[in-house]
Design a protein around this ligand. Structure first.
Ligand code: 5GP
Length: 125
C-alpha cells in the first residue's frame, strides 16, 4: 500500500527496524549518515537501497528538515556506494519515490540504486 508522505515519521516502519538492528539486512555500507543494503526483491542485478540514519519520511521531508551535514553526508554516501559497486562506468539509475502517486511503500526515505544491465525507459508505461 503506498504511503501518505505528509504523515509524521513512524518509528515502527521496516527500515527504522533495520536501522535499529531488529531485522536483518544484507548490508553494503554504513557511516554516520547512511546505511545501504540490498533490496529484498531486486529489480536489477544490482538493487541497493540507501537510507539516511535520521528519521525522515521521504525526500520531501529530508530536503526540508535535515541539516546541511546530514544532506551532504547522505549524498556523498550514495555516490560512494555506486562507485564502490563499480557502477559508474557502465552506468546506473537513482530513484526515490515520494508518496502515493510514486508508489512509495516504506515511510523512511530510501534511494534505490539500480545497475548491472540496460535499464530501459525511465518510467514504466
Ligand atoms: P518503495 O516502493 O517504497 O520505493 O520501495 C520499497 C523497497 O523496499 C522495495 O523495493 C522492497 O522490495 C524493499 N523492501 C521492503 N521490505 C524490505 C525488507 O524488509 N528488507 C529489504 N532489504 N528490502 C525491503
Amino acid at each position: 500500500m503506498p504511503i501518505d508522505a505528509t504523515l509524521p515519521y513512524d518509528e515502527s516502519n521496516i527500515f527504522a527496524r533495520i536501522l535499529r538492528g531488529e531485522i536483518p539486512s544484507r548490508k553494503v555500507y554504513e557511516d554516520a549518515f547512511a546505511l545501504a543494503f540490498h533490496d529484498i526483491s531486486p529489480q536489477a542485478p544490482t538493487h541497493i537501497l540507501v537510507i539516511p540514519k535520521g528519521p525522515y519520511v521521504s525526500w520531501d521531508d529530508f530536503s526540508e528538515r535535515a541539516s546541511d551535514a546530514e544532506i551532504a553526508g547522505f549524498v556523498r554516501a550514495v555516490g560512494k556506494i555506486a562507485r564502490d559497486a563499480g557502477l559508474v562506468a557502465p552506468g546506473y539509475r537513482l530513484l526515490a519515490n515520494v508518496g502515493a502517486d510514486s508508489g512509495q511503500e516504506v515511510p523512511h526515505l530510501h534511494v534505490h540504486l539500480f545497475g548491472g544491465r540496460r535499464l530501459g525507459p525511465m518510467l514504466a508505461r
